[in-house]
Write a protein that binds this ligand. Sequence first.
Ligand SMILES: Cc1cc2nc3c(=O)[nH]c(=O)nc-3n(C[C@H](O)[C@H](O)[C@H](O)COP(=O)(O)OP(=O)(O)OC[C@H]3O[C@@H](n4cnc5c(N)ncnc54)[C@H](O)[C@@H]3O)c2cc1C
Length: 446
Amino acid sequence: MKSADVVVIGGSAAGAVAAVSCRRRYEGKSVLVIRKEGQVQVPCGIPYIFGTLGSVEKNVIPDALLQNNGVEIVKEEVLEVNREKKTVLLSGGESVGYDKLVMATGSLPITVPIPGADKENVFAINKDANYLKSMLGEINVAQDIVIIGGGFIGVEFADECRKNHACNVTIVEILPHCLQMAMDEEFCIEAESLLPELGVKVCCNQRVETILGDRKVTGVRLSDGRELKADVVIMGVGAIPNIAMAAKAGLQTGKTKAIMVDRYMRTVTDQDIFACGDCAEKVSFFSGSPSAVMLASVATAEARTVGANLFVTRQQNGGEIGVFSTMVGGRAFACAGLTEKAARQEGYDVVVGEAVATDTHPGGMPGAVSTKVKLVFSRGTGILLGGGISGGKSAGEMINVVSACIQHKMTFDEVALFQMGTHPALTASPIAYQIVNAAELAAKAA
Ligand SMILES: Cc1cc2nc3c(=O)[nH]c(=O)nc-3n(C[C@H](O)[C@H](O)[C@H](O)COP(=O)(O)OP(=O)(O)OC[C@H]3O[C@@H](n4cnc5c(N)ncnc54)[C@H](O)[C@@H]3O)c2cc1C
């Protein structure tokens, strides 16, 4: 029987990083990644298959990452975990023994249970390459596309679907605004205002009640009775943890129906089994309560904690901050931590600082983009709780600075004293640097 010191089930963001981290921390240990796919899709790259990339083949995580770190790969499905024997059963019938097991089985897309959801050309956002290929074939010839869900994935799909051919794209969102689960209203309104320029229609405060058509979709009926034509419907409404196999093996699941882990990422049921990524239960960095956030940033941080802790306990998982960024028609939107609204709902007395400046300086530099930073602090302690940014591409890295400040519980006074590297072609001016100015203005208002 084949065996390895560490067996990882799943080879996407969490599985690959847990395997590599383990080899970095414990050089002498053998690590085996078992995954269903021949090649793994970059999950966050999936919307870009339908526009910018144009093909599934261009959206692959290279195996070299694992191979160069001495990780063995088996391309098969795991059917079962036998905790007593410490083995996993592969679809080919072979069993593989482990000393430590890492569950990194990820998530599955939610299919909204509405009448007609089973019709042809109704797609959920599955990460399987063959599924995505057939989806691409249909989207490339579609005239009318309806996207259910205006979260960041729905908005990215809407933007991308029109890039390679003219078609009508409509987002149907149940909330008053797109992106509302992640960002404060002013950013949502700004992002939404860009969508019509991209040829994307938005129907907010609406629910898709029925998917119309015989065998194949022909349209959708909304809650206000309107009917929209559609030859493709995309459900971008989130994901659920993929835990059927873990549950069958008796691993306890938590409030979010994900595998329960302690702060060292060990499952609470079995000390030799760890879990990370979308299949593992998360807690909020702020409240410690279970959280359903699923992001690659969280998955990979958890995976590094697993890699570090497999044989010696070294690191603790501090909980998810929730940092992410997206692009809408060439403008970047990013957020980290609590929005102002969420912070108030959590009971914080908040103080906000905002600063706007171009992302290069002077503002007359070619390609300069006006970039706004909003920071949310707790008034009493001065500690940074969250931030939102809209602007040029640098917003994607600026939000990571904000996230690092949140993770280290920095106050407005500390953030205001941050020494930022600046350059005319690369950043805002040192005088107008948005993060420090927003912090200083919050300190003034506190
Ligand atoms: C369209 C889209 C866009 C996204 N964009 C972003 C973004 O911009 N930024 C961000 O931070 N996050 C983004 N996310 C979220 C991010 O992709 C997920 O949080 C991340 O993929 C989680 O990684 P994971 O490894 O836990 O799970 P998954 O990516 O779901 O991978 C699980 C792996 O386990 C394998 N597996 C499962 N069961 C078995 C089995 N029984 N045997 C063998 N293999 C198995 C699967 O085949 C897969 O390879 C996006 C998600 C989607 C769907």
